[in-house]
Design a protein around this ligand. Structure first.
Ligand code: SF4
Length: 435
């Protein structure tokens, strides 16, 4: 007799949107095996930790989370514990050696094998970079209604080898998914109520089609899908901002006026040490071209402060670049070394100096963020409503610029895309009224 009770899967996702997407796909793969998701590790038959290697002490965080699972596994030895994502890729078998309670280790390129691994039909550690497209081996997404905004992975991996970054080692070389598959997945999402798609990739604008089409061509194709009202993408490299993509920003209203374009530093010396393969001036000229194509675009970026060898002059060059561009928001971090990357082992900038520089940069970026947000007051923007807010009758959605917008609109349902006049700016959100 077979047990019909669905098994429960708990997934904890660390890190970036790629991981959020990967977790969804792993849940779908396990759904085909009869697993349903639960929010509580205590109730689960299987716990999956989908890890991220970008931030400091990623492996330590994983091992301390695994330590917390030990009593659960002790009480229920048949509980399956899996580790996925970039730490799984980087550490491999070492994870099971250090934490024997772990049953499975699966890298980001191999998670289509997860069901077979759980059934014991594939090795318990799988960190291959298989030649086949893992997406071909995943079950179709289930035909359920979706939230109005969704992610869609179009590209994985990176060939850029920035000196500080683990991605080329954990996610492997750049691989683009074929256009036809992306279009099919996008159409399916739209048929299930999705109105906004964010295209994902570690180096998303490095995407190219089998016939040599550029990323701009993919966006043009997607814009032809009826009912797909908004397109976004992340994360981009400045050197892959081709003319076709800039023209897409000019021509395609569905492509939102928002671009996350990491620069990391404003100093040519540091950009070279980082192996970014562009100068500050080239970045600034690129921004000019993008703004000429789409004057209302909001730019966001990433910065690393205190990269080995960074001097006061280099830091001043970064502040100058920030002043020149004017960012809508940005992520800034103090450099932390990653084993296996070229910059690992280089002489570090003293902690207190790096801290002070980070504070100075963040204060400037905060001022720019506040100014960008306040500049929305009085404007009328599209808002894609996602869910009710905390106040009675309130709905919350995302503006064209990804700001959260709160509106008193009891008649509005999630998934409606409406014009909203912005009335006020709060620390991390906007308030508006329906036009
Ligand atoms: S382009 Fe991005 S993902 Fe690729 S190596 Fe550089 S920082 Fe890492």
């Amino acid at each position: 007799m077979t047990d019909q009770t669905p098994k429960k899967l708990f997934i904890k996702t660390y890190g970036c949107q790629m991981n959020v997407y990967d977790s969804q796909r792993m849940a779908e793969a396990m759904g085909a095996e009869g697993y349903v998701q639960t929010d509580r590790a205590e109730d689960a038959d299987m716990v999956l930790l989908n890890t991220c290697h970008i931030r400091e002490k990623a492996a330590e965080k994983l091992y301390s989370d695994l330590g917390r699972l030990r009593p659960l596994k002790g009480a229920r030895p048949d509980l399956k514990i899996g580790v996925a994502g970039c730490v799984a890729q980087a550490e491999g078998e070492e994870i099971i050696r250090r934490a024997p309670l772990v049953d499975l280790v699966v890298g980001p390129q191999s998670y289509h094998n997860l069901p077979a691994m759980v059934r014991g039909e594939a090795p318990a550690v799988n960190t291959e970079f298989p030649p086949e497209d893992k997406f071909d081996h995943l079950p179709q997404r289930r035909a359920t209604r979706r939230a109005p905004a969704a992610f869609l992975t179009v590209q994985e991996g990176c060939d850029k080898f920035c000196a500080f970054c683990v991605v080329p080692y954990t996610r492997g070389a750049e691989v683009s998914r074929p256009m036809a598959r992306i279009m099919a997945e996008a159409r399916d999402l739209v048929a299930r109520g999705v109105r906004e798609i964010t295209l994902l990739g570690q180096n998303v604008n490095g995407w190219h089609g089998e016939g040599g089409e550029g990323f701009g061509a993919l966006i043009r194709q997607l814009a032809g899908i009826e009912g797909l009202d908004r397109i976004r993408y992340t994360t981009s490299h400045p050197n892959d901002m081709g003319d076709d993509l800039i023209e897409a920003h000019r021509d395609i209203p569905q492509l939102m006026p928002y671009l996350h374009l990491p620069v990391q530093s404003g100093s040519d010396r540091i950009l070279k040490a980082m192996n970014r393969k562009h100068t500050a001036e080239q970045y600034l000229r690129l921004i000019d071209r993008i703004r000429a194509a789409r004057p209302d675009i909001m730019l966001t970026s990433d910065f690393i402060v205190g990269f080995p060898g960074e001097s006061d002059q280099d830091h001043a060059a970064t502040l100058r670049l920030v002043e020149q561009v004017g960012f809508g928001t940005a992520f800034s971090f103090k450099y932390s070394p990653r084993p296996g990357t070229p910059a690992f082992g280089r002489e570090m900038v003293a902690d207190e100096i790096a801290d002070a520089r980070l504070q100075e940069l963040q204060a400037l970026l905060d001022r720019q963020q506040k100014a960008a947000q306040e500049s929305m007051v009085g404007r009328t923007l599209g808002v894609l409503f996602e869910k009710p807010g905390r106040m009675p009758g309130q709905m919350v959605g995302k503006s064209d610029y990804l700001h959260s917008v709160f509106v008193h609109a009891p008649e509005v349902a999630p998934g409606e895309l409406l014009q909203v006049r912005i009335k006020a700016s709060a620390p991390n959100s906007l308030e508006g009224e329906l036009v």
